[in-house]
Design a protein around this ligand. Structure first.
Ligand code: P6P
Length: 336
């Protein structure tokens, strides 16, 4: 007779227990996370039904970074903005889909600043590829009422970050400052995120690399040399690395976190500042990977968590993954 597992930790219970660890906690952060949880559940619902109710395809608009907006992008963005506003705990929100920071000035007591990409990787949506929401949470500076400057800070000041991948099931990965990385799986019958991957640790090394080789013509010479070395059996115990690239950061990141290896989107001659955005792609992922025992660097081999964005949609090159794999990246790239 299969023993029923009654030791089920929901995200709601996890957040309550986290709050109890901090006597000074007011409960505001917990309420903000409940609003995040609601937005993930809503976005997951629409993504599941997208094809059925014809939500795939372009919305006919484009966002600040010039990406063609998919209908779901717009819906995901609207859901996220509404959830942050109604929480009453978010003072300022930066979204990939919004040119300017959104200030919720009606919430005077709000003490948090949130950066998000509501549906990252959405260009893959029509093909049924996993996409995701990436988020980072900062606390407002003392005396600030909430401005975009509250987000123009290094990842080391993030108080929480993570992502939700909408795949076969919705998988949430979240980490707090100096905390562990915890994975939750959405149980659609209960409508709850269940703790399925407590204290996630990225394998110290793994012969998998994840990069868009279509850009290799534009890479710096040392980047070309690094990836070429991974393909040389003689340099890797007789077997080359495996190449795995989905083109959806959340999906590539989740696989790298679980299996190990290296994910990279290097800055190159075509995109000298890189393609991925610091606030809502590079920094949150860097926090997750570091807290899971891995590393994350920019193309100048600087610790990604120490990079300060110059603007809310500022970009960076990134290498992130297993500790030993990033050490190998460093050995090929001279610190600039
Ligand atoms: P490319 C999706 O548009 C995204 O922002 C990330 O999710 C993904 O890692 C990257 O861009 C893919 O870019 O140039 O390889 O299509």
């Amino acid at each position: 007779m299969e023993r029923v597992n009654t030791e089920i930790v929901t995200l709601t219970r996890f957040l309550t227990e986290e709050q109890a660890k901090h006597k000074e906690a007011t409960g505001d952060f917990t309420l903000l996370c409940h609003a995040l949880q609601f937005s993930f559940k809503s976005i997951a619902y629409y993504i599941r039904r997208a094809t059925l109710i014809n939500l795939t395809g372009l919305a006919g608009s484009s966002n600040i970074t010039g990406d063609d907006q998919k209908k779901l992008d717009v819906i995901g963005n609207d859901i996220f903005i509404a959830a942050m506003r109604s929480s009453g705990k978010c003072a300022v929100l930066v979204s990939e889909e919004e040119e300017n920071a959104i200030l919720f000035s009606e919430h005077e007591g709000a003490r948090y600043a949130v950066a998000c990409d509501p549906i990252d990787g959405s260009s893959n949506l029509d093909a049924g590829v996993s996409v995701g929401t990436i988020f980072g949470i900062h606390k407002l500076a003392e005396g600030s009422k909430g401005t975009k400057e509250d987000l123009l800070k290094p990842g080391t000041e993030l108080i929480a970050a993570g992502f939700t991948m909408y795949g076969a099931s919705a998988q949430l990965v979240i980490t707090m400052k100096e905390g562990t990385v915890n994975g939750f799986t959405m149980d659609t019958s209960l409508g709850e995120f269940i703790l399925t991957h407590p204290d996630m640790r990225i394998p110290k090394k793994r012969a998998i690399y994840s990069v868009n080789e279509g850009n290799s013509h534009y890479w710096a010479d040392e980047t070309k040399a690094y990836f070429e070395s991974l393909k040389n059996p003689e340099l890797n115990g007789g077997k080359p690395y495996s190449a795995r690239y989905i083109g959806s950061m959340v999906a590539d990141a989740y696989r790298t976190l679980l299996y190990g290896g290296v994910f990279a989107y290097p800055a190159d001659k075509k995109s000298p500042k890189g393609k991925l955005r610091i606030l809502y792609e590079c920094a949150p992922m860097a926090m997750v990977f570091e807290n899971a025992g891995g590393q994350a660097l920019n193309s100048r081999m600087e610790r990604m968590m120490e990079v300060v964005p110059e603007s809310i949609h500022d970009k960076s090159g990134i290498f992130m993954g297993s500790y030993d794999e990033i050490e190998k990246v460093k050995s090929f790239h001279k610190s600039k």
